[in-house]
Design a protein around this ligand. Structure first.
Ligand code: DOR
Ligand code: ZN
Length: 451
């Protein structure tokens, strides 16, 4: 299969981690595709990687990144962003459409693909955006290779206004008919504006006030609305960067009724809460904002109970200058694609979630939600040979200056994590060794969902 042409590699003596358990297995990759999985595999003509004592995971599918190309490459570009992904064990990224120009037509999708394709160090899919005036373009974009569609219901980077309720319903009807996923930034626009105005009138400028300017109810309202429309239409909706206990409860109830609603959260909502403002100030300004401990606990519980389906980075790079302004002026978001897997793996190795959850929430489920499974997100015969191989006994400190992004500033700087990324394999080619990118040129390819 020419499009899968990649490396030949025999990965021996690893402990393979899948959602179904841990198995001592060898993995044979031929032309980039997994050809055999079993004990004592032998193949005389391929390179052998002996990974005794190490854990072997499927490559991470980060379903939520903003690589900023084209148009905002002073913040990040496809080279730096996908190098960061690779170094963090992410072998597929799904890139958001709020760059300049926004990806709102087939023509813009093709243009973006043309611009970024030769710069990708990992495989990549591209989202289209749904706004109020491109509903008729969705089918063409979907059949033309868009991985799904992002819908911004609340104000954030890119200032893309939310579609009307009528358009949302229509888009979800189309999702039901054609099978694409709509990924919702679920904050009610009007409520965010209302609370922001109210809080600003109080004249407060302390960073923590940002969380009060977009309180939980903004997310609660938006998620409820999406659930109703998704149920009515039989569409498929992913709530991205879920941050509140209210949202988890609503999603729990909707799932129990068979609604095709999926829930993504991010390490920042699991590991940080509004106490982080006192230490990090505007650096931890993100949309939706950091919440309370109670919300964090609901998210962890949701993960354990399969209510939270996926964890993605929401890698949202900005310059250090943009992040250093006062809380109202500062840009929202921070980098995360390189720390997503290390932070979640560390959480698992510390016992917060079972180790088998890691491949499920970081690889399998994102790939399933975006119709990329089992080619991506799984270790199975016929899948792409994308692997992250980790020494679980080695720990290290995350140092932001070692990260690959253009602007190296993260609140996770200085955190000690268990689990050392020894090798990252993309379609049978070792692209990272010891957390350093070792392939000389970008090998990433455009991925298309199965339609
Ligand atoms: O904090 C955020 N940053 N939230 C978003 O929804 C967008 C993102 C960005 O693109 O900067
Ligand atoms: Zn985002």
């Amino acid at each position: 299969m020419a499009e899968n042409l990649g490396g030949n590699l025999l990965v021996k003596n690893g402990r393979v981690v899948t959602s179904e358990g841990l198995f001592n297995m060898d993995i044979l990759i031929i032309d980039g595709v997994i050809e055999a999985i079993g004990r004592d595999l032998k193949q005389s003509y391929v390179e052998v990687l002996d990974v005794s004592g190490m854990l072997v995971f499927p490559g991470v599918v980060d379903e939520h990144v903003h690589m900023r190309e084209p148009g905002l490459t002073y913040k990040e570009d496809f080279i730096t962003g996908t190098m960061a992904a690779a170094a963090g064990g992410v072998t597929t990224v799904l890139d958001m459409p709020n760059n300049i120009p926004p990806v709102d037509s087939l023509e813009k999708l093709k243009e973006k693909r043309r611009i970024v394709e030769s710069k990708a160090y990992v495989d990549f899919g591209l989202y289209g955006v749904l706004h109020d005036s491109n509903i008729d373009d969705l089918e063409e974009m979907w059949y033309g290779g868009a991985v799904g569609f992002k819908v911004f219901l609340g104000p954030t980077t890119g200032d893309i206004p939310p579609p009307s309720d009528k358009i949302l319903l229509e888009a979800l009807e189309k999702s039901g008919t054609h099978g694409f996923t709509l990924a919702f930034h679920a904050e009610n626009y009007g409520l965010v504006e209302y609370y922001t105005r109210k809080i600003k009138m109080l004249g407060r400028n302390d960073p923590e006030v940002y969380s009060d300017s977009r309180p939980n109810v903004c997310e609660e309202e938006a998620v409820s609305r999406i659930v109703i429309y998704t149920r009515k239409t039989n569409g498929k909706a992913l709530i991205v960067h879920t941050s509140t206990s209210e949202a988890v409860s609503i999603i729990r109830e909707a799932k129990s009724r068979g609604v095709k609603i999926y829930c993504e959260t991010c390490p920042q909502y699991l590991l940080l809460n509004r106490e982080a403002y006192s230490r990090h100030g505007s650096l931890v300004k993100i949309n939706p904002p950091l919440r309370d401990r109670f919300d964090q606990e609901s998210l962890w519980r949701g993960l354990r109970e399969n209510m939270v389906d996926t964890v993605a980075s929401d890698h949202a790079p900005h310059t250090i200058e943009e992040k250093s302004k006062n809380i109202w002026e500062a840009a929202a978001g921070f980098i995360g694609v390189e720390t997503l897997f290390p932070l979640m793996l560390d959480s698992a190795l510390r016992g917060l979630i079972p180790l088998e959850k890691i491949p499920e929430i970081l690889s399998e489920k994102p790939a399933r939600i975006f119709n990329l499974y089992p080619k991506k997100g799984s270790i199975s015969v016929g899948a792409d040979g994308d692997l992250v191989i980790v020494d679980p006994n080695h720990h290290y400190t995350i140092k932001q200056e070692e990260l690959h992004s253009k602007h190296k500033i993260t609140p996770f700087n200085g955190i000690d994590v268990r689990g050392w990324i020894k090798h990252v394999v993309l379609r049978g080619v070792e692209i990272v060794r010891d957390r350093k990118v070792v392939c000389r040129k970008p090998l990433g390819k455009f991925v298309k969902p199965v339609v």
